[in-house]
Design a protein around this ligand. Structure first.
Ligand SMILES: [Zn+2]
Ligand SMILES: [Zn+2]
Length: 180
């Protein structure tokens, strides 16, 4: 009588304990699942500018639970938007340093496209021999038409071209090229 009473209590607590453990396990798994969705959404917002794509990534991370985030990680953009913006700003700053700015001789403001300083006539950069667009000093090839930039004292292709080339060299140019 007493023994069966105790075994009944034992069974009651045993099943109750098991229910609690089972509920906690389910809760834990669901919390982990929610955590992966939250992480994927946060990560997608840092990498994707389009809000609809962010929502799509969140759904993709949620739907096959725990597998979705792995699939998302395979297809997500490799860079943070913040880093992309930072790099673009850096490139802009570098471009601002090469082009534009001021004349090295008289320090008047000059445009990035100017070939000579309009104030003191100092040659700032040369024009492409083929498409006539302004070239930066460091460029080895014209980025617009792929014509190679010839350095100072080029071997003239045509003998008659050497005279104007020599005349141009008297200007304080960093390099000249054979005219067409
Ligand atoms: Zn000047
Ligand atoms: Zn060109």
């Amino acid at each position: 009588m007493i023994a069966s009473f105790f075994s009944g209590i034992h069974a009651f607590f045993h099943s109750l304990l098991w229910d609690v453990i089972e509920a906690l396990l389910v809760l834990f798994v669901v919390a982990c699942w929610a955590g992966t969705i939250f992480w994927a959404r946060k990560d997608a917002r840092r990498r994707i500018a389009d809000q609809r794509l962010v929502q799509l990534a969140t759904v993709a991370a949620a739907l096959p639970p725990f597998l979705g985030p792995l699939v998302y990680m395979l297809f997500r953009p490799p860079e943070y938007l913040e880093d992309v913006r930072e790099r673009e700003l850096e490139i802009q700053a570098i471009r601002g340093q090469i082009g534009g700015g001021t004349c090295p001789v008289c320090e008047s403001p000059v445009d990035a496209e100017f070939l000579v300083c309009p104030v003191c006539t100092t040659r700032l950069r040369d024009a492409c021999s083929s498409c006539e667009r302004p070239l930066e000093a460091a460029w080895q090839v014209c980025p617009y038409c792929e014509t190679p930039v010839t350095l100072d004292d080029p071997v003239p292709l045509h003998p008659e071209a050497s005279a104007p080339a020599a005349a141009r060299r008297t200007a304080p140019a960093r390099r000249s090229r054979s005219p067409r």
